[in-house]
Design a binder for this molecule. Structure first.
Ligand SMILES: [Zn+2]
Length: 129
């Protein structure tokens, strides 16, 4: 029996459960993820069928491109979801999960667009795009 992974936004209006082991997350340093999250965006992709959201009507969605919408709490603004509607998976912000997540960051992506105010020095693989 799998242990459910749970999480929420900052104010608790949106809560979620994932009924699947969490894949190793990546950290995206692209301009859109930095703007939306306030820094860089660490997220894990889960099958949509494994995700249950409570308070879904408390989410707002911003279409950051034709293929992706980003979900955030309309009350507290927490960045929560990276959703390509045409796909069967959804990215969930690692910062929204309750501990323990029992996973660990795997790599950095879009490092060519990273901010100039920090270094990536954790030894994990870095991909420019
Ligand atoms: Zn909230």
């Amino acid at each position: 029996m799998l242990e459910l992974k749970t999480g929420s936004c900052l104010c608790g209006a949106v809560r979620f459960q994932v009924d699947a082991p969490l894949k190793a997350p990546d950290a995206c340093h692209c301009r859109q993820c930095r703007k939306h999250s306030g820094h860089f965006f660490a997220s894990t992709d889960v099958p949509k069928r494994a995700l249950r959201i409570e308070g879904e009507d408390q989410l707002s969605w911003y279409h950051s491109s034709a293929k992706v919408r980003r979900g955030f709490c309309k009350h507290c603004g927490s960045s929560l979801f990276f959703d390509p509607p045409a796909r069967d998976w959804i990215g969930i912000a690692m910062g929204a999960f309750d501990s323990p997540t029992e996973t660990h960051l795997e790599m950095h992506i879009f490092t060519a667009e990273k901010g100039d105010y920090y270094e990536i020095a954790d030894g994990l693989p870095q991909h420019p795009s």
